[in-house]
Design a protein around this ligand. Structure first.
Ligand SMILES: [Zn+2]
Length: 90
Protein backbone atom coordinates (compact mmCIF):
# COMPACT_ATOMS: atom_id res chain seq x y z
CA UNK A 1 0.00 0.00 0.00
CA UNK A 2 1.52 3.27 -0.98
CA UNK A 3 0.29 6.51 0.42
CA UNK A 4 0.21 9.22 -2.13
CA UNK A 5 -0.65 12.20 0.02
CA UNK A 6 -3.13 14.56 -1.47
CA UNK A 7 -3.81 12.30 -4.40
CA UNK A 8 -5.39 9.75 -2.16
CA UNK A 9 -7.59 12.30 -0.49
CA UNK A 10 -10.22 12.64 -3.15
CA UNK A 11 -10.62 8.93 -3.52
CA UNK A 12 -10.75 8.44 0.21
CA UNK A 13 -13.32 11.19 0.53
CA UNK A 14 -15.46 9.71 -2.18
CA UNK A 15 -15.31 6.35 -0.53
CA UNK A 16 -16.21 7.80 2.85
CA UNK A 17 -19.21 9.51 1.36
CA UNK A 18 -20.26 6.43 -0.55
CA UNK A 19 -19.98 4.15 2.42
CA UNK A 20 -22.06 6.34 4.62
CA UNK A 21 -25.13 8.35 3.81
CA UNK A 22 -25.76 9.17 7.42
CA UNK A 23 -24.36 12.26 9.07
CA UNK A 24 -22.14 11.18 11.93
CA UNK A 25 -22.73 14.47 13.72
CA UNK A 26 -26.53 14.59 13.82
CA UNK A 27 -27.38 11.07 12.69
CA UNK A 28 -29.61 12.32 9.90
CA UNK A 29 -29.74 11.01 6.37
CA UNK A 30 -27.67 12.80 3.78
CA UNK A 31 -29.25 13.23 0.38
CA UNK A 32 -26.52 12.33 -2.13
CA UNK A 33 -28.19 14.44 -4.79
CA UNK A 34 -27.57 17.64 -2.92
CA UNK A 35 -24.42 19.48 -3.86
CA UNK A 36 -22.26 22.07 -2.19
CA UNK A 37 -23.08 24.72 -1.04
CA UNK A 38 -26.41 23.25 -0.01
CA UNK A 39 -26.26 23.13 3.81
CA UNK A 40 -27.65 19.60 3.75
CA UNK A 41 -25.20 18.33 1.15
CA UNK A 42 -22.59 15.76 2.03
CA UNK A 43 -19.18 16.77 3.20
CA UNK A 44 -16.29 14.72 4.48
CA UNK A 45 -15.36 15.33 8.05
CA UNK A 46 -11.93 14.43 9.39
CA UNK A 47 -12.28 12.28 12.43
CA UNK A 48 -8.82 13.39 13.42
CA UNK A 49 -7.90 16.91 12.36
CA UNK A 50 -4.91 17.12 10.06
CA UNK A 51 -3.58 19.91 12.23
CA UNK A 52 -3.35 17.46 15.11
CA UNK A 53 -1.29 14.88 13.33
CA UNK A 54 -4.14 13.22 11.49
CA UNK A 55 -3.35 11.99 8.02
CA UNK A 56 -4.98 13.67 5.08
CA UNK A 57 -5.78 10.19 3.87
CA UNK A 58 -6.94 9.16 7.30
CA UNK A 59 -10.39 8.27 8.37
CA UNK A 60 -13.14 10.44 7.02
CA UNK A 61 -16.76 10.39 7.89
CA UNK A 62 -19.70 11.81 6.08
CA UNK A 63 -21.47 14.75 7.62
CA UNK A 64 -23.90 17.39 6.47
CA UNK A 65 -22.08 20.48 5.34
CA UNK A 66 -24.20 22.38 7.83
CA UNK A 67 -23.25 20.12 10.72
CA UNK A 68 -19.61 20.16 9.72
CA UNK A 69 -19.58 23.95 9.66
CA UNK A 70 -21.53 24.22 12.87
CA UNK A 71 -19.05 22.02 14.65
CA UNK A 72 -16.05 23.91 13.32
CA UNK A 73 -17.50 27.37 13.59
CA UNK A 74 -20.24 28.06 16.07
CA UNK A 75 -21.50 31.05 14.14
CA UNK A 76 -22.17 29.00 11.03
CA UNK A 77 -23.12 30.60 7.78
CA UNK A 78 -24.98 33.87 8.17
CA UNK A 79 -28.64 33.44 7.38
CA UNK A 80 -28.31 29.72 6.74
CA UNK A 81 -30.43 28.70 9.65
CA UNK A 82 -33.06 30.17 11.83
CA UNK A 83 -32.09 30.60 15.45
CA UNK A 84 -33.60 28.07 17.79
CA UNK A 85 -35.46 29.70 20.62
CA UNK A 86 -35.27 28.04 23.94
CA UNK A 87 -38.01 28.97 26.33
CA UNK A 88 -35.43 29.35 28.96
CA UNK A 89 -33.68 32.36 30.37
CA UNK A 90 -29.99 31.86 31.00
ZN1 LIG B 1 -25.98 16.34 10.11
Amino acid sequence: MSRTGHRGYRRNRARALRNSDVCHLCGGWIDPDLKYPDPMSASADHVQPVSRGGSNTGELRAAHLRCNIRRGNRNGLPGSETPVRHGRAW
